[in-house]
Design a protein around this ligand. Sequence first.
Ligand SMILES: [Fe+2]
Length: 649
Amino acid sequence: MAYPIGQGLRSGQSCLLGDRRSSATPRPAEPQVALNSSITITVAMLAGPCLSGSERTLIAKSRRTCKCLTINRTRKSEGRSQYGERPTSEPHGGLQVKFLSYNPGHDGAVAFLEDSCLIFSVEAEKDSNYRYSAISVAEVLDAVGQLNAVPDVICMSGWWPRDHHEFLHGSHRNGGYRGVSAQGAIMDKGRLLMGRADYFSSSHERSHIMCAFGMSALPKRTSCYALIWEGEMGSFYEIDPDCNISLIADVLSQPGNRYGLLYALADPTFPKDGPYPRASDAGKLMALASFSTRSTPTASEADLLRFLLDGPYRKLSDYEQLDRAPHLDVGLDDPEFRNFAGIYSDAIFDIFHQFALNNLERGRPLVIAGGCGLNCDWNTRWKETGLFSEVFVPPVANDSGAAIGTAIDAQLRHTGDPKIHWDVYSGLSFRTEGLIDLEGYDVFEGDDNLVADMLADDLILGWAHGKYEIGPRALGNRSILAAPFKDETRVRLNEIKQREQYRPIAPVCLREDAKTWFGCDHDSPHMLYTYRATTGDLLAVTHVNGTARLQTVTSDSNRRLHDLLLAFKARTGYGVLCNTSLNFKGKGFINNLTDLNVYAAEHGLDGFVVEGRAYLRKGSERYRAYRRDSRSGDREESLVFRKPWPAQG
Ligand SMILES: [Fe+2]
C-alpha cells in the first residue's frame, strides 16, 4: 500500500493525544536495508524494537566496517524514496547517517550528530542572548557554519501544537509534546539542498528520554527506568532492551511549575493570578530550600501543601485561603518561608520517591531528564535511596538537550543505535576577533602560576577557552574563578553576578582531591550532585547547610582548568576554586571578547583569561594593589615565581 509523500508517519491527529494513536493508522511503504546483499530488512524495522539479536550484531559489525550495510531508500511501489533521493552508492549512504536537529522553542538549540558522535550543539541563549531563548536565524546560520557535511536527516524536536489548526488536525511536521511510541514519530521528506534530506520529528517526551538514555554510559539493550520531571511532565517510564519506551505512570503533573510557584507566593513582586512562575524561580527556590531547619509543616502550611500538590496545577489566586496563606508576600529573606521551602522541596521529592518505592523493581538503572534534573539535592537523594543500580543525569537535562534527544531518536530509527559519544564542551568556540582597547589592560601570555597567584591573592577573574559548555552549568570553559576560602568572596561574586546573596557558589576541584575536601570518591564532572564539605576552610563554596555543588576535574575532562587547579594547589595547598558562570544577568554565557571587556568593566572583574592570555584591568583597585605588593618585594618570598611586568604597565 502506497502513501503520498508528505503524509509520512503522520499517525497522530493531535500531538496532545500522546500514544493514543490508532493501531489502524496507515503506515507508509517501508524502505529497505540490504545487508551484504544477503539480508534485507526494512528501515522501519531498524527502529530497535524490530531487530533480532543477530540482525543487531550484523548491523553493529557493518557499522564498524562502514561499508557493508547500505540503505536502499527506494520505495517498492513508486520507485521513489520516502526518506530522500540519495542513491545507495553515495559514500555516506550506509548507517553513518548525519542528523541535524533543532529544538525551535524554549531553551532552543541546533545539534549535529555524525557517526554517533555529537559534533556540536549551538544553544540559543548562549553568546549573551536571553536565558531560555528560542532559536533565531543567527543560531541556525551559526550551526550551518559548523557543518562539515550535508546532513542526511533534518530533525525537529516536538512541541505543543503551534496553533488551533494543529491542535485540531495534528501536524505533519511537529511531533508534539507527549507520546512515547516510536511509531508516533513523523518521518517525511525534508527540504534541504534540493530536497536531499529526510525529515524526522518525535515528541518532546521522547526527546527527554532518548537524550538521557543515549548520553548515559548504559550499554544499549540495557533495561532501565527513566524519570522525566520538568515544567509539564512528572512521569516514570520503562525502557526495555529493544529501546521500547513504556509510560509507567504520570506521578505528578507540572512538578517544575508547582515547585517554582512557592517562590512566587513569597515574592511580593509576583502577581498571584499569574498562570505560571517565572522560569528562573525554581532555581532560586532550590537555593533557599537549603536554608531550611524545620521538617514538619504547621497546620496552615499543611493546608497550603494540599492546595499546591493535590489535584491539578492551579494558579495561586485559586487558593481560597490565599489572603491568610502562610508566607504570602513575606519576601525571600523570611526564615519561616525558607523553612517551608525545604519542607515543600522534600514533599515533592517524596511523592516521586514513594511511587518508586511502591512500583519499581529494585536494582535497575535510572536515567533522569527534565529541568528538575538540574536540582542537585534531588539528584543526590535519588542516588541515596539505594533503589537503583546507578543514576544518570545528562548536563542538558532541561530543554537544552531536546535537540540532541530528538537526533538520538532519529538515529535509533535510522540505524538501530540509541547511543552517542559526546563531550560537554560541544558548543561554539569563543570569538576573540572583537576589538577592545588594550590600553586598559596589562596582558600576559599564558602562565598558570601567575593566574593562580592572582586568584590566591583574592583577584576574581573571568576564564574562557575552547568551546562553551552545553547545558546551563558553567564547567570551566565560560566561568568566573576565585579563591574558595572567604565568605566575602562569595558576597563579592554575587555582587558581580548581580544576584541574590542567598545564592551559593559552586566549587571546582581536582578529582584526586575531591574525597579529601568533599567526600567524593568518583568523577562528578557536570555539577549535578551535592556533597558535604569536610572542612571549614572553604567558606566561599560551602552552602549554608554544609553542602557544595561539586564539579570534579581531570586532565582529560578539562586540561586547562586542571593545570590551573594544580598551580593553585601548589600555591595554597588546595586544588579547589570558586566556579560560577560567566554571563550577564538573565543571559546565557558570554562568548566573545567584546562582551567580556564590557562585562569586566561594568561588573568589576579584576581581569580575565581568554585562551590562556591574561588581561588584567588597570582600573581594578585589587589588581593595582596586587601589582604594587609584587613590585615592592613585600611578597617576594611567598610567590612561587616572579613574572616580569609588561612594558606597557
Ligand atoms: Fe521539557
